[in-house]
Design a protein around this ligand. Structure first.
Ligand code: PMP
Length: 349
């Protein structure tokens, strides 16, 4: 007897296994400058009462702090157990089994998985040559949900504001705009406008710029009806009391730290990309996130193995549609990242 439902065979588990001999893990695009300092201090002051009770079901005070900062209503904000949880809940909230989810291809690898887990059909639409979303292609799918990611994971490329605006205007259903790396790109913040646009949910995360990936906190902003649907599809208590305290404190007290470390991440990425520009067999894409994306000739896994010999783990992608093999390399303070020069010279002399 097979216990799992039959269509689960199409879904592979996400893996990010620890690697032996690695001293610098650049696979997850987290903030290697550290974690939001006031948030850390707040965790040390946790009271027992905060743990014996259930956390606030509406994730207040975090949702209230986000709403106040953006000038939106608190019922236009929803929090989740990472933005993963919000992407999953949003799909389930707006699409019924058999509906389509159109997404940029390549993009965040959990997106087609969450679509399938909710009985939906993921439809990947290749990026344009400049790395932006192909809005016409996405609209042509007629999908119930269009997933946009800007800056995009894994390419780091952005989709221009005018293209996003047109996608929202012409989409037959909901647009899910994933801004996991927005703090590094300094582009237009769509969150304040999302409630008025009704069919858009903008999601951000505390896992990247804020250095709190271990706590799993994501926040979505959108129209009241859409947010209400996501809340119902998500279920209660998704953000635990420890995470709520840290994320709220970070938002209110750690902005200067976040701004400084994201600026350093951008400087580090610029320097990292400069190391390969002009070398044959490798092409740095125009990433605006806290990672570099290098399209490579030959086997990405073999290149990643060369980096691992220097104690550095990078993410290898094989045969990405329209791109081929590539490496995605998160950034770190340059004192730590400088060790990458040796494997680069070995791979692309
Ligand atoms: N969206 C994108 C584009 C991501 O790269 C990631 C993490 N890799 C996520 C969402 C999920 O982030 P989290 O669940 O940690 O908030």
């Amino acid at each position: 007897m097979t216990l799992a439902r039959a269509d689960l065979a199409q879904v592979t588990a996400y893996t990010s296994a620890p690697l032996a001999g690695i001293t610098l893990d650049l696979r997850d695009n987290v903030n290697l400058w550290g974690t939001a300092p006031a948030a850390m201090a707040a965790l040390r002051d946790l009271r027992a009462e905060e743990l014996l009770a259930y956390p606030p079901v509406d994730a207040a005070p975090l949702t209230a702090a986000v709403a106040a900062r953006l000038g939106v209503r608190v019922d236009e904000v929803v929090a989740g157990n990472g933005s993963d949880d919000l992407i999953d809940a949003c799909f389930r909230a707006v699409a019924a089994p058999g509906d389509r989810v159109a997404h940029m291809e390549p993009s965040f690898s959990m997106v087609p998985r969450f679509a399938r887990l909710n009985g939906l059909e993921p439809v990947g639409v290749p990026l344009r040559a400049d790395g932006a979303a192909d809005i016409d292609g996405l609209l042509a799918t007629g999908a119930r949900v269009i997933y946009l990611c800007s800056p995009n994971n894994p390419t780091g490329t952005i989709t221009p504001e005018s293209a996003i605006r047109r996608c929202i205007a012409e989409a037959p259903g909901v647009v899910l705009l994933d801004e996991a790396y927005a703090e590094f790109a300094g582009l237009r913040d769509w969150r304040a406008d999302a409630p008025g646009m009704e069919k858009v949910l903008v999601v951000r995360t505390f896992s990247k710029a804020w250095g709190l990936a271990g706590l799993r906190v994501g926040v979505g902003v959108g129209g009241r009806a859409l947010v209400d649907a996501v809340v119902r599809a998500r279920g209660p208590y998704a953000v635990n009391a420890v995470a709520l305290r840290a994320a709220t404190t970070a938002l209110v007290q750690d902005e200067a730290w976040m701004t400084r470390t994201t600026a350093e991440a951008v400087a580090s990425r610029t320097r990292l990309d400069a190391l390969v520009r002009g070398r044959r067999g490798v092409r740095a894409w125009d990433s605006r996130a806290n990672f570099a994306f290098w399209q490579v000739e030959g086997d990405a896994e073999a290149y990643a193995a060369r980096f691992a010999e220097s104690g550095i783990a990078v993410r290898a992608f094989r045969a990405l549609p329209g791109i081929g093999d590539a490496l995605r390399i998160g950034v770190a303070p340059w004192e730590r990242l400088a060790a990458i020069e040796a494997p680069i010279a070995a791979c692309w002399p």
